[in-house]
Design a protein around this ligand. Structure first.
Ligand SMILES: NC(=O)c1ccc[n+]([C@@H]2O[C@H](COP(=O)([O-])OP(=O)(O)OC[C@H]3O[C@@H](n4cnc5c(N)ncnc54)[C@H](OP(=O)(O)O)[C@@H]3O)[C@@H](O)[C@H]2O)c1
Length: 315
């Protein structure tokens, strides 16, 4: 059983700690907070409480550190853990930009320690079904990928998604899901067109993207902080298409429609909230002595951040 140390005590740290109870691949033994780790530790029955991240990453009981801070802190927090000799699972987006991502990966490789972006969608059962349909060549040639991720948030300048100093903006928080999904299916785009409009704080409130790929496929991806969208995804091929119901990034139903045959559908267990699958992947990789996951490789994380950099650089 992997012994987790959680760095940060916010919303996703709570979800992760609670989802870990659904698996026997790991348990949370420690939590670190800038201020007070006790309320979080009490709530989840965590024995080791640390009043600083430095103290958490030095805890000898911890096998792996889960970095659950806002994105601008991911780089420094992940490097802190790696330099203390701990493997890391780093929340999405891995970093603010590709330069920071490359630096974490360089430190992980230099120290010979496991690192992975916590793109939890990659490890969900319905995405495993998508990958197996793709690997079996059921779609023929892929023509189009579509995915959207829109959520409504009340306009609050202090809220993480609107605050520039906390890495606010639709693309980094929500757009990462469609961009990562397109990357999983089609790889790296060779043409990128993007359009953004700002929120009242200057971060991007809405970003829409059109990617082109060497084989002629297109991906049409959107994200917004201004409205709840269908959050569906589709992969359209010459022989068949895959449709993923909303929310495509969480456990849901996936269907395959062939041009002539009957559709097939796979439903996810509605009780499964999803985060435990990435924790199971980390446990499996650590047990195998692997330094990264083939399902979310570090070079792909860097490539995704390079794509996001280019999207954000466009007017
Ligand atoms: N996988 C998912 O589904 C999912 C969902 C939501 C968010 N996320 C990702 O997880 C990360 C954290 O998001 P969240 O919603 O959990 O954020 P949050 O609720 O604001 O919590 C962030 C935590 O980070 C710590 N922190 C360190 N420096 C901070 C600073 N300067 N300002 C505020 N907090 C700071 C705080 O813990 P202490 O004070 O205890 O140190 C805080 O509780 C983001 O990168 C986000 O993209 C992922």
């Amino acid at each position: 059983m992997v012994r987790w140390g959680i760095l940060g005590t916010g919303g996703i740290a709570r979800t992760f700690a609670s989802d870990l109870r659904l698996t026997d691949s790991g348990t949370v033994v420690a939590v670190g907070s800038r201020s007070d780790a006790d309320p979080f530790a009490d709530r989840f029955g965590i024995p080791n409480r640390h009043g600083s991240y430095e103290s958490l990453v030095s805890d000898p009981d911890v096998d792996v550190v889960y970095v659950a801070t806002p994105h601008p802190m991911h780089h420094d927090n992940a490097v802190l853990a790696l330099r203390a000799g701990k493997p890391v699972l780093v929340e999405k987006p891995f970093t603010m930009n590709a330069a920071e991502a490359r630096d974490i990966v360089a430190v992980a490789r230099e120290t010979g320690l496991f690192a992975m972006e916590a793109m939890w969608t990659r490890f969900l059962p319905h995405i495993a079904t998508v990958r197996s349909w793709l690997a079996d060549g059921l779609l023929g040639e892929i023509v189009t990928v579509t995915a959207d991720h829109g959520q409504w948030f009340a306009e609050d300048p202090d809220f993480r998604l609107f605050a520039p100093k906390l890495g606010g903006g639709a693309l980094l928080d929500l757009g990462i899901y469609p961009v990562s999904f397109a990357s999983m299916v089609l790889g790296r785009p060779n043409r990128i067109m993007a359009m953004s409009d700002p929120a009242f704080t200057g971060v991007d409130a809405q970003t829409s993207m059109l990617f082109g790929y060497p084989g002629g496929a297109h991906a049409l991806l959107t994200c917004t902080l201004r409205a709840k969208s269908p959050t569906r995804a589709a992969i359209v091929g010459t022989e068949a298409r895959i449709e993923i119901e909303g929310d495509f990034y969480a456990p849901t139903t996936v269907s395959l429609f062939t041009r002539n045959g009957a559709p097939s559908q796979v439903r996810s267990d509605p009780k499964d909230r999803g985060l435990r699958h990435e924790a199971d992947e980390v446990a499996e990789r650590l047990a195998a002595g692997d330094l990264e996951s083939p399902l979310m490789p570090l070079d792909e994380t860097i490539s995704i951040m390079e794509t996001m950099d280019e999207v954000l650089a466009q007017p």
